[in-house]
Write a protein that binds this ligand. Structure first.
Ligand SMILES: Cc1cc2nc3c(=O)[nH]c(=O)nc-3n(C[C@H](O)[C@H](O)[C@H](O)COP(=O)(O)OP(=O)(O)OC[C@H]3O[C@@H](n4cnc5c(N)ncnc54)[C@H](O)[C@@H]3O)c2cc1C
Length: 409
């Protein structure tokens, strides 16, 4: 059988798994996606899609569709919560010569997944099975197979490669014995979604970060079902409080009022609690198994880099897999995928997401003053602002990945 006739198996039909299916399916490759949910997950997680990621999503105008169902946000702000003062404002326009998208698009991840699923329906060579859980993985020199538990029992499927895009608790990663080193933050991250219009009522822009000693808040807008949209506020929890207490109505109002005092109680339409980790898989490739997205790396959401990293994995991996399967390129390309994407997961996403959190939560007055002064100075200096935005917009990490090459075998 020709290599191009053999299927690519994908565990996980989240945004990363579906994007991989689409990128491979569009090139004519046969793909099977298995996801354990009965339908697309609709929980409110990622929204921010950075310029470097949008530059990768131009095929079939996916970037335009995301902007149409989401919001275009060129600016983000840093605020000092205790004084209520705006510290710094950054405009992606400074990146106009670095990206075709000098802005972020706030598009909820379930909308991105839905745009992909709709596209996949037109590809006869791609099969997506919901309510199908991958429970086993085995490989030999020529093939990889998965055991999948579905409504009709457990079945085995075989393919040329398997992409583990099955999220942070990845069964694929675990079955392959790949370590997931790093750490778990002691505090939970809690997200409240409210229709309260922070822009109209308080002058915050659709991506606003708040520094507060020992705490922090990300406040950002999503388009939801249409105007006027919804606002998501993300906070750390108090580690001394049990999970049930932090989601009580009293606790929700107390946290919102502490950050954003208001004479009226806040209407909160969703509350979600997340355990948050900083971890990177020991390798993104084991033989015929490749890891992508949260299965390969997880980080805190400050700066919105997790799914962006996953989309960048998908684009990098699928280009290489297609070359291997359709053009007979060397499998060493898959080692290059591991080198490029794993390096930037460590050097950029881990490092920066941790630094973002530390910057916002610093409690030492001298450290706080230094942090906020640095932000002010960067915002006031065009070249420094550009250098900062190249990192936040994930352009610097894409450039670093592209420059990495394998040593001779
Ligand atoms: C509060 C919050 C805010 C965030 N904001 C941002 C942001 O603004 N920008 C950003 O880039 N990132 C953000 N993230 C991170 C982002 O949500 C994740 O990085 C993203 O969901 C990863 O996508 P994925 O497809 O790799 O994994 P997932 O979305 O977790 O999808 C994995 C899929 O695999 C399925 N699955 C799991 N196990 C199996 C199995 N054994 N068999 C079959 N299927 C299986 C799951 O059910 C799921 O459908 C945020 C995260 C949180 C918690």
């Amino acid at each position: 059988m020709a290599a191009s006739d053999r299927r690519v198996l994908i565990a996980g039909g989240g945004p990363v798994g579906l994007l991989c299916a689409w990128l491979l399916g569009r090139r004519g490759l046969r793909v099977l996606v298995c996801d354990d949910n009965s339908e697309l997950q609709a929980d409110p997680r990622a929204a921010t899609t950075h310029p470097a990621t949008l530059d990768l999503l131009e095929e079939d105008e996916l970037d335009d569709d995301m902007a149409r169902v989401g919001l275009v946000a060129p600016i983000f702000q840093f605020w000092d919560r205790p004084s209520g003062k705006l510290v710094a404002e950054f405009d992606h326009a400074v990146l106009k010569n670095d990206t075709r998208h000098p802005f972020v698009v706030q598009c909820e991840q379930f909308k991105t997944a839905k745009l992909l699923l709709d596209r996949l329906r037109s590809l006869a060579n791609v099969e997506v099975l919901f309510s199908h859980e991958v429970v086993g993985v085995a490989q030999n020199a020529d093939t990889v197979s998965i055991e999948v538990r579905g409504p009709d029992g457990v079945k085995r499927h075989t393919g040329a490669y398997l992409i583990g895009a099955d999220g942070g608790r990845s069964v694929v990663r675990k079955q392959c014995g790949i370590a997931f080193d790093g750490f778990t933050w002691p505090e939970r991250f809690i997200v409240f979604t409210t229709p309260y219009d922070f822009e109209k009522n308080r002058g915050y822009c659709p991506r606003s970060y708040f520094a507060d000693p020992g705490s922090w808040c990300n406040c950002f807008k999503v388009s939801a079902d249409g105007p006027p949209g919804l606002w998501r506020t993300v906070f750390p929890t108090d580690t001394s409080q049990p999970d049930a207490d932090v989601t009580s109505d009293e606790a929700v109002q107390a946290l919102m009022q502490k950050f954003f005092p208001s004479p009226e109680p806040y209407e909160v339409v969703h509350r979600n609690l997340y355990v948050t980790h900083q971890r990177v898989a020991a390798t993104f490739r084991k033989g015929r198994v490749l890891l992508a997205g949260d299965a390969a790396h997880v980080n805190n959401p400050i700066g919105g880099m997790g799914l962006n990293g996953g989309i960048q994995d998908a684009a990098n991996l699928c280009e290489k897999l297609a070359k291997v399967l359709l053009e007979g390129a060397s499998e060493r390309l898959l080692d290059l995928y591991n080198l490029q994407r794993r390096t930037v997961a460590i050097e950029f996403v881990q490092e920066q997401s941790i630094a973002n959190k530390k910057r916002l939560e610093a409690s030492d007055p001298e450290v706080r003053r230094r942090n906020l002064d640095e932000l002010r100075q960067m915002a006031a200096d065009r070249e420094r602002a550009r250098a900062f935005l190249l990192r936040t917009a994930m352009i610097a990490s894409q450039r670093r990945a592209a420059a990495l090459i394998l040593e001779e075998a």
